[in-house]
Design a protein around this ligand. Structure first.
Ligand SMILES: N[C@@H](CCC(=O)N[C@@H](CS)C(=O)NCC(=O)O)C(=O)O
Length: 298
């Protein structure tokens, strides 16, 4: 801990009249977090040969999109061929002028689609999934009732995951000191969310019904990872083994070849043979044969 890192004191914190930015707040991402938007430096994004250009990182939000693209390719949609470029968010690459043009919110994932007359940017992982599902007519049910169920769960994920990541994950794993109140609040909420999913998956094979959809693709990297004990080292703390239906669903999805490929793309953590930092062609996976791909944890 540096000298600038605040430590908890017994005196209760009283917010000042006007908030000021404490640049050295000691948090894991203090070096990149800031209270203003916009670019910090001029740099264009690289562009490859395919119409779809993805700028991302292998986090749960990034994995949603690479899984979707690999699933589309597995279905035979050759128009879903893509270049995936790595954005190192811990080095502030999301604040380049090129990235901000793709996503004014400066967060991965961001996509440019150059297939039309006018290039289309898409940001927010849920919006990217929906865009690709509509563009290729896949993983989005066509009957109104199931489509609506799928959309409800997709938006549920977009609203709920920040409690898991920004709330529980941040205060349990990343904050410079443990705050019981914050950990309690978010542990309770995440357990409630896991129970919501567990009850749904007790009655349904996939999230929206019998079909695998973008709702599964959105929820799996977050809550599937959580119940498999792969996030924040918080599995035992949250007793994730209780959510047996979520585990059954997570295991089934993890076995899909497209999911196993998609989770490798832009990944910078874990065993080297599970990382494909950039992806420009299907053959990029060849150096890592299927049997070397990380098997889902049992
Ligand atoms: N709601 C956004 C969240 C994206 C997001 O939080 N991305 C994180 C990585 S998972 C990020 O880019 N963080 C960089 C930063 O906050 O500066 C989405 O689903 O696309």
């Amino acid at each position: 801990m540096s000298d600038a890192t605040p430590t908890p004191t017994s005196a209760p914190y009283v917010p000042p009249k006007i908030w000021t930015w404490n640049k050295a707040n000691g948090g894991r991402f203090a070096n990149i977090n800031r209270p203003v938007a916009g670019a910090t430096h001029d740099k264009e994004l690289p562009r490859g040969k395919h119409p779809l250009q993805l700028y991302s990182l292998g986090t749960p939000n990034g994995v949603k999109v690479t899984v979707m693209l690999e699933e589309l390719l597995a279905l035979g949609h050759t128009g879903a061929e893509y270049d995936a470029w790595l954005v190192r968010i811990n080095e502030g690459e999301q604040f380049s002028s090129g990235f901000v043009a793709a996503n004014p919110n400066s967060k991965i994932p961001a996509l440019w689609d150059y297939s039309g007359e006018v290039p289309q940017r898409v940001f927010e992982s849920g919006a990217i999934l929906l865009y690709l599902a509509e563009k290729f007519g896949a993983f989005l049910p066509t009957d109104l009732a199931t489509r609506t169920e799928c959309m409800s769960w997709l938006f549920w994920q977009m609203g709920s995951a920040p409690y898991l990541g920004g709330g529980f994950g941040h205060f349990y794993a990343y904050a410079p000191f443990k705050i019981e109140y914050a950990i309690d609040r978010f542990a309770m909420e995440v357990k409630r969310e896991l129970d919501v999913l567990n009850r749904r998956l007790a009655e349904s094979r996939f999230i929206a019904g019998d079909e695998y959809t973008i709702a599964d693709i959105a929820i799996w990297p977050w809550y599937g990872g959580m119940v498999k004990g792969q996030m924040y080292e918080g599995g035992e703390f949250l007793q994730v083994q209780e959510y047996t239906h979520v585990i059954r669903w997570a295991d089934e999805i993890a076995k899909r070849p497209a999911v196993r490929r998609g989770r490798m793309v832009n990944r910078v953590m874990g065993p080297l043979e599970t990382q494909l930092h950039e992806r420009h062609d299907a053959s990029d996976f060849d150096t890592r044969t299927q049997d070397k791909l990380q098997a889902p944890k049992a």
